[in-house]
Design a protein around this ligand. Structure first.
Ligand SMILES: Nc1nc2c(ncn2[C@@H]2O[C@H](COP(=O)(O)OP(=O)(O)OP(=O)(O)O)[C@@H](O)[C@H]2O)c(=O)[nH]1
Length: 419
């Protein structure tokens, strides 16, 4: 299995303001790429007719979510799957208008790409700024800005170009590596899967083409070897008496049998004897594979330890500087204690200080604040009770992120990116 094979699955999120056309766009992608079943199509055609529409309302395809929401069932993130001959796709659909930051953080933490929808009639809105900022904060490597409802502005090139210009001016202040723009009509299907005849002035690719071809293999960190141990496997059977394997997910780098490794926190070194993937021994493994590793020497290793390479170790420490998205109704105040979860470690921690809050609309820092409210983002200092093995989030999205859990309610109250 080569690194290239990981290229087969693209995870993406969609974000937009209310009624920008998210559901219609997802429906259109599923419909035009023939990823839905005939009976679903028939059902949607029938309900469209019943509602008196003279078109097929594709947003009905994703309406399961809406009805659940109307019934008061909270779904933070719903995952949808579709495939084309080139790639498989997983869409993290993040509904909800109020808790959007929280939803986006949850849905976007593993995303390769974010689609940000803009209504061509309205241009950039507060939520466009907010979602784009979150995408840059989460280091989602690729962003596609879909300027939707082009049919309602007469497919005007000028309208499109003005929005692109505005967006570029704003996004130049942020750290997004790859931004593409596509003028679409989700309702009519222009430039979603099929090229639009209505916008001959647009020379770029369709949305699906971009999704199928965006290069993601190099987005993962294949340099810094990081293997947080999830579980120690000791079968205790006669034939496997000496077997001791370490199971977990590789969060960075490439591991091979024979590699010299170092174990944190003990600092002992050994070499990799075998790597097992889905019950078979492999000659190399890399992020994000889940594997079982055995070592040549018997070392005392437990859950939460990390296997790395001796000449490339993460930072080890209890004091962290973190960009934190606060996700709870009750505001965060300094000197509050939490359970901190980071890779496979869990320990007590305290937010010592809130340094500033970021105004996501202006990107300005607001100093001298005493708390962070729901969906607010700020920089904080955290002290963990145990040493953690971490990287900066910009270097590794897995070993660089953490969550805080309220020890009383067991709710996840914050997601953080280590600076
Ligand atoms: N004319 C036109 N209407 C569109 C287009 N895309 C979506 N709409 C309409 O805009 C309305 C909102 O679309 P949805 O897909 O439900 O929007 P949404 O963003 O998913 O809305 P929420 O789920 O409520 O956030 C619907 O009436 C759609 O038919 C488009 O390209 N052109």
């Amino acid at each position: 299995m080569a690194i290239q094979d990981n290229n087969q699955i693209l995870r993406f999120t969609t974000a937009g303001s209310v009624d920008d056309g998210k559901s219609t766009l997802i429906g259109r992608l599923l419909y035009d790429s023939k990823s839905i079943f005939e009976d679903q199509i028939e059902a949607v055609k029938t309900s469209s007719q019943k509602k008196g529409f003279d078109y097929v309302d594709l947003s009905l395809l994703t309406d399961g979510l809406k009805s659940e929401r109307e019934q008061g069932i909270t779904i933070d993130v719903a995952y949808r799957y579709f495939a084309t001959p080139r790639r498989k796709f997983i869409i993290a659909d993040t509904p909800g208008h109020i808790q959007y930051t929280r939803n986006m953080v949850t849905g976007a933490s593993t995303a390769n790409l974010a689609i940000i929808l803009v209504d061509a009639r309205k241009g950039l809105l507060e939520q466009t700024y907010r979602h784009s900022f979150i995408a840059s904060l989460l280091k989602i490597p690729h962003v596609i800005v879909c300027i939707n409802k082009m049919d309602l502005v007469d497919y005007s090139e000028e309208v499109y170009e003005n929005i692109v210009k505005d967006y570029k001016a704003f996004s130049s202040k942020m750290d997004i590596k790859d931004i593409q723009f596509v003028p679409i009509s989700a309702l009519n299907g222009d430039n979603v899967v099929e090229r639009s005849k209505n916008m001959p002035w647009y020379e770029g690719s369709t949305l699906l083409y971009l999704l199928e071809h965006v290069h993601i293999a190099s987005d993962l960190n294949h340099i810094d070897c990081r293997f947080p141990v999830q579980m120690v496997i000791r079968p205790h059977t006669l034939e496997h008496q000496d077997f001791r394997g370490y199971a977990g997910r590789i969060e960075g780098g490439i591991f091979k049998p024979g590699d010299e490794v170092k174990v944190l926190p003990s600092g002992f070194t050994s070499t990799i004897k075998t790597i097992e993937l889905n019950g078979e021994q492999v000659q190399e493994a890399f992020a994000p594979m889940s594997v079982t590793i055995t070592l040549a020497d018997e070392i005392d290793i437990s859950r939460g330890d990390m296997i790395v390479r001796p000449n490339n170790v993460p930072q080890v420490g209890q004091d962290l500087e973190v960009m934190l998205c606060w996700m709870n109704q009750r505001p965060l105040q300094a000197r509050t204690k939490f359970m901190l979860r980071h890779t496979t470690q869990e320990c007590q921690a305290m937010v010592k200080e809130i340094q500033y809050r970021v105004n996501v609309n202006t990107l300005h820092r607001e100093d001298q604040i005493v708390e962070l409210g729901l969906n607010e983002i700020g920089r904080v200092s955290i002290r963990a009770a145990n040493p953690l093995f971490f990287d900066a989030y910009r270097r590794n999205r897995q070993t660089g992120s953490l969550i805080l859990v309220d020890p009383n309610t067991n709710e996840t109250v914050a997601a953080g990116m280590i600076i």
